[in-house]
Design a protein around this ligand. Sequence first.
Ligand code: ADP
Length: 365
Amino acid sequence: MPDDPRTLAVLTSGGDAPGMNAAVRAVAKVGAARGLRVVGVEDGYDGLIDGRFRPLTFDDGNGQFRAAAEVDRLSGLGGTTLGSARSPRFRTAEGRSTAAKRIEGMLGLVVIGGDGSLTGARALGSEHGVKVMGIPASIDNDIGCTSSALGVDTALNTIVDACDKIADTASSHRRAFVVEVMGRRSGYLAMAAAIAVGADGVLLPEHGRSEEAVLDAVEQLVRAGLGKAGDKRRVLVLKAEGVAIPCTKLVRIVEERMRALDATIEVRATVLGHLVRGGAPSYFDRMLGNRLGLAAVEALLAGASGEMVAWLATVQGGSRTNDPSIRRFPLDQVLDETAALLDGTSPVTQWRLRLLESVEGVLPL
Ligand code: ADP
């Protein structure tokens, strides 16, 4: 299959995210409509190294390509049906060289994934001249240059639904709950969900609080809400995974401190974990996946490479595509901005923290 400029490859890599399948669907459909054979690569960069391709289009006998029937179902499916993998082999120069040979001469490769996957895509382009186009997918919303990555909206809907349910039982028993959500390096999910569920507080890695400071803050919140002067039915605190103190330890210590005051106060923990990654994508993630997929194919056909297609809620910078909300950014810029998002120096991170501070009183932590 290499050496065919009418063939386009697509892979999903790194942490899976709802909406990845929708993007694959659009790549296959749009590719076929533009006269391309589209192949899916199984299990991300690992499958690329091994040459594990899955046809997503077929030749209709008249020299035209059509999307395979399985593609029709893709928009509504969670996870990634192509499979994803962490690939240590691809981190080696030898692994990337083998991977590049598998797609040599093809029109290009669409990489749907997060920070690491886009870094890998950039390396394929710069080291071996592979034409790559990235599509951001990460439930943590920690990718630069895009307002939203695939999976964020679905993950937030799942968290909101889970917190509403936890709040029902918490209110029935006048309990405090700490709910931990994914986000090792970025507290975006906890922050955004906290506002939507009317949480009493939110704990983010970006705050950089010590363990003792976290314990004191939660204790004060539980005391104010459920202590003698408190009139709350429940106290709900959202904690991002990246806040170093484990949830079980946090609630154990806070409950011990509260018990010294009032033996009836109960503090519980729920870790949502991988629940937040799964499930059928929301309307927004399906729409986003399809539009980004379309833009990625058009960009490669127009001769662009080494870029990522991004969704911009407010349009600024970047070069135009046919879709006014979608812009292309060089992978170098995307990865620099991603690093700044994660180390807190990005204006976007600082703006998010300022936003939180501005709602102090609504969210006391
Ligand atoms: P995500 O894309 O969700 O951030 P990872 O960080 O696990 O997930 O990256 C996915 C894959 O991308 C890795 O398993 C690896 O094969 C590849 N990758 C990550 N970082 C690099 C890098 N610096 N150079 C080359 N490949 C990388």
